[in-house]
Design a protein around this ligand. Structure first.
Ligand code: 5GP
Length: 209
């Protein structure tokens, strides 16, 4: 998505070789007009699919998921909460997620009341890198026996394995910007221009939008 790539190029700050800071429009300050355009684009890419609920993880996923929901018939947005401890009453689905940015392990939970079997769920998140956050959300979805119809990502770091692994598993991953390389010397960001997505269920080539 050209608009998002332009913002990453002009405002993104590269740190430590592979960490991209996009606090001015995505992770700290929220550009809701951009979020709206992102939601519209996901709605186009996932058109024809039934989405009953959107699932994300706190905190950066919440804003983009809520704005995107406006393009999915106001589907309710559920966010997995980072919890300091496991609730033993059994009314929550629970798993552990490793945080790439903070290098910590977090327990994440979702109330069993909010994810019920056979619900059609679209997962949305800000970044996809090694895929730990997404694997955590998918574990919660398996526990809840919901149907994951797709995964919408704002920025995929294509040089890390998360996206490829999820596609190999058969998930439909739609990333609005895919970064294939960050030059450690110049800190320049290289986007994937023509992306070919091949997996078990479908195969197509998309030119950059
Ligand atoms: P993963 O679990 O796929 O390795 O990383 C996904 C999570 O880590 C995202 O939800 C995001 O919060 C964070 N993350 C991963 N890479 C980056 C990055 O380059 N920049 C920022 N700002 N967050 C990242």
């Amino acid at each position: 998505m050209k608009l998002l790539e332009e913002r990453i190029t002009t405002e993104g700050i590269v740190e430590d070789g592979s960490v991209l800071k996009v606090g001015s429009f995505l992770n700290h300050q929220c550009d809701v007009e951009l979020f709206d355009a992102m939601g519209k684009e996901w709605a186009k890419r996932f058109s024809g699919l039934r989405v009953d609920k959107i699932l994300t993880i706190e905190s950066s996923g919440i804003g983009i998921a809520c704005v995107a929901a406006r393009h999915f018939k106001n589907a309710p947005v559920v966010f997995a909460k980072k919890s300091p401890s496991i609730n033993l009453t059994g009314d929550q689905f629970c798993t552990t997620v490793h945080s790439f940015t903070h290098n910590t392990d977090n327990t994440v939970i979702v109330s069993k009341r909010l994810l019920t079997p056979h619900t059609n769920v679209l997962i949305i998140d800000d970044f996809l890198a090694n895929g730990c956050a997404l694997q955590g959300l998918l574990t919660l979805c398996k526990q809840a026996q919901v149907n994951v119809v797709g995964i919408g990502i704002a920025i995929e770091k294509g040089f890390q394995p998360g996206g490829a692994t999820l596609r190999e598993l058969g998930y439909r991953v739609e990333s609005l910007a895919i970064i294939d390389k960050i030059d450690p010397q110049t800190k320049s960001i290289h986007f994937r221009s023509n992306y070919e997505i091949l997996d078990r269920n479908f195969s197509y080539t998309r030119t950059k939008i």
